[in-house]
Design a protein around this ligand. Structure first.
Ligand code: AMP
Ligand code: MG
Length: 310
């Protein structure tokens, strides 16, 4: 997407005044503020109605800017070189003299960091003197926003500015990996487990059991469109929408497919907007047909399972 420098300038001006704005990224839209400012980070929690104990992902332009705040190791560098900028978030050890707001980390000694790929997000980050704390730009526990209109739908006039960046190319949140010791994935996301394993040449555990929550993206009810979801369903109920992967069903007002040809990347991109659309069309619940559990299908299923704990 073409970069509009006047928009970047406006975003920068607001961020410099400790305001909170929405920014586009390739995963989902983010609710961004100066990560070095307590005052700015507090605004994110307030606007999102996010529990204080849920720390924020910090967005950097590049490694050079990250060095002031975190320690990192060889495994991090391997993944950074291969996949960044991109849809992967790393849990790293925070340096003692880091200026990151304790509001953003909830006083943790670790930091979640990401390098977004979206050209507009990069162009903004490049001009700033600080990294951006940015959780997904949606109300806490609800479906993430993948367009500027989604953000406006959730926050209306409460948000000072939405930096336009078109539709998010991936449409699912980043994959979170704790890379400090033996790598473990804390949240499935836009980068597949397979590609991470291939790069590190080792099998990686997914640590997202609800009993041992270290990352609230792991918590039970999350990513909810606000109506009940039933998964792996064969027969639907009255007033229920049917959601399925491939467009091989009869055209019907209650039928919603995620990808014309059954492509899982395209399905990921369409998932949240389709859930929002179904809710807007006043269906009482959503029945989901089985989606293949491979590649990004794993992340799609993870989100649908969590959204089904309504
Ligand atoms: P969101 O930005 O809404 O997609 O959520 C960010 C996710 O990153 C949440 O699940 C947080 O709990 C997780 N997160 C942020 N900081 C840390 C950290 N230091 N350790 C583990 N998870 C984290
Ligand atoms: Mg979120």
């Amino acid at each position: 997407m073409k970069i509009n420098l006047a928009n970047i300038k406006k975003a920068k001006k607001l961020l410099n005044k400790n305001e909170c704005i929405a920014i586009p990224t390739e995963t989902v839209y983010g609710l961004a503020a100066n990560a070095y400012s307590d005052q700015a980070c507090k605004k994110i929690y307030k606007l999102k109605k996010r529990p204080k104990k849920n720390p924020l992902i910090i967005h950097y332009f590049n490694l050079k800017k990250l060095r002031k705040d975190c320690f990192y190791n060889n495994n991090f560098l391997r993944l950074y070189k291969k996949f960044c900028p991109g849809p992967i978030t790393f849990i790293l050890d925070l340096k003692k003299n880091s200026k990151i707001s304790k509001i953003a980390t909830n006083n943790k000694k670790t930091l979640a960091v990401r390098f977004p790929k979206h050209s507009i997000a990069r162009s903004l980050l490049k001009t700033l003197e600080y990294p951006l704390a940015a959780p997904s730009a949606n109300l806490s526990s609800k479906v993430s926003a993948v367009s500027s209109s989604d953000v406006k739908e959730d926050f209306g006039k409460k948000i000072k500015y939405v930096l336009e960046g078109g539709r998010s190319a991936i449409g699912l949140e980043s994959t979170i990996i704790d890379i400090r010791k033996k790598p473990k994935v804390l949240r499935l996301g836009g980068l597949t487990l397979g590609s991470i394993q291939k790069n590190l040449k080792e099998k990686i555990k997914i640590n997202n059991s609800p009993e041992k929550i270290t990352s609230p993206g792991q918590s039970k009810l999350h990513y909810s469109p606000g109506i009940p979801i039933r998964i792996n369903v064969k027969k639907i109920k009255k007033n229920e929408a049917l959601l399925f992967l491939k467009n091989n069903h009869k055209a019907n007002t209650n039928h919603f497919f995620l990808s014309k040809k059954g492509n899982l990347n395209e399905a990921a991109k369409n998932l949240y907007s389709t859930l929002r659309k179904i809710k807007k069309n006043k269906f009482k619940s959503i029945a989901v047909k089985k989606i293949p559990n491979k590649g990004l299908g794993k992340t799609i299923n993870d989100r649908l399972i969590r959204a089904s704990k309504f």
